[in-house]
Write a protein that binds this ligand. Structure first.
Ligand code: PLP
Length: 454
């Protein structure tokens, strides 16, 4: 295939004039415009000027099998030319959606056998809350409406998902549906109260949940939603046993436990789903997106337990249907991409490779801890972050204006590596195909980048 050449300057101008970029600081964008990423291959992406970078963020936590997989492209092309789209409303279906639903039921914990498709993570979370409300309405418990989420959680940006999101700055000057959501404390082992043991910290977080249920009334609470490891909120690690204990309290109070595995799913922690394999929980619902199709096509999925489906799937009042869904629920091309993606993951043993290379990546990143600003190196397997601080002992942060995360990321990029700055953090969430040799190259670049950030 001949490479398509772009007129980089013309595209830069069009983009600057017309594309409202998500999550973008326009005070910078109006002057600088965009960096156009035009090409990709395996662990690399390239920009319009021909500069090639190691992708340290898998696009946006999603290109799990790596870039340029012709097999996924072919599966999508074949599906698009054979039957690009037809409705899945009512009794209609298509082959990739049916195959994928069954495959997800096979990969998920044994009790999750029913799949609701959406177009991404926000939409999956949004659809989930509607289904949860519907479920309790159908059970004759219409007061069970409130959703417990956590500060610093990220669940997306549809109106409802943004309301679940607990990163304060994400909702600056936006409105949220506060009557539906209560935020508990995040579980943040690094910034737990000074001198408190991990076990006591866990007790404190569980006690907060119990007190909140007591205060609001279990009859008014529908569900608790949590990422197994908080991603965009800063790769925040919970104390040992936290998730299982939170779930036990929820179960005792008929509060559904929703695991948002949009990032942790599809291999990032070494398993297709981390909830049961890593965190010993048995969620009523697991949401996934991103790695589900490795970002080759937009897709989200809500995996629903047999118990819940018994209610959702029983006949409605006369003349009614389960009136929720999207034109693109079960989109054939997206589902074909996901099936090809899963086939690659299984054939290449990608989860096993993450279980082997992930701990090495963690260990090697921790060698950066001697650098002046590095306060914490944390995370698990292919989901990691470095927290920059002004003072390692007090964990005091550098002033926002120092833009330390941006500066480290810029130094890394100059040296051929893209990592993600989020405030004072640098996030590393690579394609799952990094091997030890790539890890060594990446850590050497980061070593130089931190040294150059003064
Ligand atoms: N949930 C989690 C845990 C996420 O990290 C994200 C996106 O980063 C979302 C939901 C939202 O997904 P999307 O951007 O596909 O709507």
């Amino acid at each position: 295939q001949p490479t398509r050449h772009y007129d980089a300057q013309a595209l830069w101008q069009k983009d600057k004039d017309h594309f409202i970029h998500p999550f973008t600081d326009f005070s910078v964008f109006h002057d600088k415009g965009c960096d156009l990423i035009t090409d990709s291959d395996g662990i690399y992406v390239s920009d319009a000027h021909g500069n090639r970078f190691i992708d340290g963020i898998a696009g946006l936590w999603c290109v799990n099998v790596g870039h340029g997989r012709a097999e996924i492209g072919q599966a999508m092309a074949e599906q698009a030319t054979r039957m690009a789209y037809f409705s899945t409303f009512n009794n209609l279906s298509n082959a990739p959606a049916a195959e994928l639903a069954a495959k997800l039921a096979e990969l998920a914990p044994a009790h999750l056998n029913h799949v609701f498709f959406s177009c991404g993570g926000s939409a999956a979370n949004d659809a989930t809350i509607r289904l949860v409300h519907y479920y309790f309405n159908r059970l004759g418990k219409p007061n069970k409406k409130r959703i417990l989420s956590r500060r610093n959680a990220y669940h997306g940006t549809t109106y409802l998902a943004a309301s679940l999101t607990g990163i304060e700055s994400n909702n600056w000057d936006f409105d949220t549906l506060d009557h539906l959501v209560t935020h508990l404390s995040e579980a943040n082992l690094y910034r737990r109260p000074e001198g408190m043991s991990e076990a006591d910290y866990c007790d404190q977080l569980v006690a907060e949940l119990e007190e909140t249920i007591e205060r609001l009334g279990a009859d008014n609470i529908a569900a608790f939603i949590a990422e197994p490891i908080m991603g965009a909120g800063g790769v925040l690690m919970a104390p040992k046993g936290y998730h299982a204990r939170m779930q036990a309290v929820c179960r005792d109070n008929e509060i559904l436990f929703i695991a948002d595995e949009v990032v942790t799913g599809f291999g990032r922690l070494g398993h297709f789903f981390a909830s049961e394999a890593v965190f010993d929980t048995r969620p009523d619902i697991i949401n996934c997106a991103k790695g589900l199709s490795s970002g080759y096509a937009p897709l989200g999925a809500t995996l629903i337990s047999d118990d819940l489906f018994e209610v959702l799937g029983t006949p409605q009042r006369k003349g009614g249907v389960l009136s929720t869904g999207f034109t693109y629920s079960g989109h054939p091309v997206s589902c074909a991409a996901a099936l090809a993606n899963i086939e690659i993951m299984e054939r290449e043993g990608i989860c096993a490779s993450v279980r082997e290379v992930g701990p090495y990546l963690e260990r090697q990143l921790k060698t950066l801890a001697d650098h002046e600003t590095v306060g914490d190196v944390r995370g698990s397997h292919f989901m990691l972050a470095i927290e920059n601080v002004a003072d390692k002992a007090t964990k005091e942060l550098l002033p926002v204006e120092a833009r330390v995360g941006d500066r480290v990321a810029a130094e890394a990029q100059k040296r051929g590596l893209i990592i993600r700055p989020v405030g004072h953090l640098n996030i590393i969430s690579p394609p799952l195909i990094w091997d030890r040799e790539v890890v060594d190259r990446v850590v050497a670049i980061l070593d130089e980048a931190f040294a150059a950030t003064t």
